[in-house]
Write a protein of this length. Sequence first.
Length: 132
Amino acid sequence: MTQVVRDAREMVAGMTPDLKSGAYVFCAAGDRDWAALAPLAMFREAEGVSLILERDAARTAGFPVDAPMAMITLNVYSALDGVGLTAAVATALAKVGIACNMVAALNHDHVFVPLARADEALATLLALQASA
């Protein structure tokens, strides 16, 4: 069974960030059949359904793709009630001027950063991990 981590320092020390290949965009589904778009993620907000799509799929579906994001997966099994990982990651990236959007799933957290700064973001997170 996988060890779930709750302690902030342990989550940061074990996060092992991994830059995934590809580019992603955040989109508003509107009246489209969002399930047919095979989103990486979706969230129902008051304004409608938000999607995370692979850039090529978004382009094919007619969505704007002018803000592509890279995805960095944090490979620690962080507990849903763990405190501090998101704050540590967002703070480290903010210190170097990199915007981030965090998506927490059941097993891992995923950090979306501007595609053009993906390598710098990964280096920043690796340094954060090494300092924990």
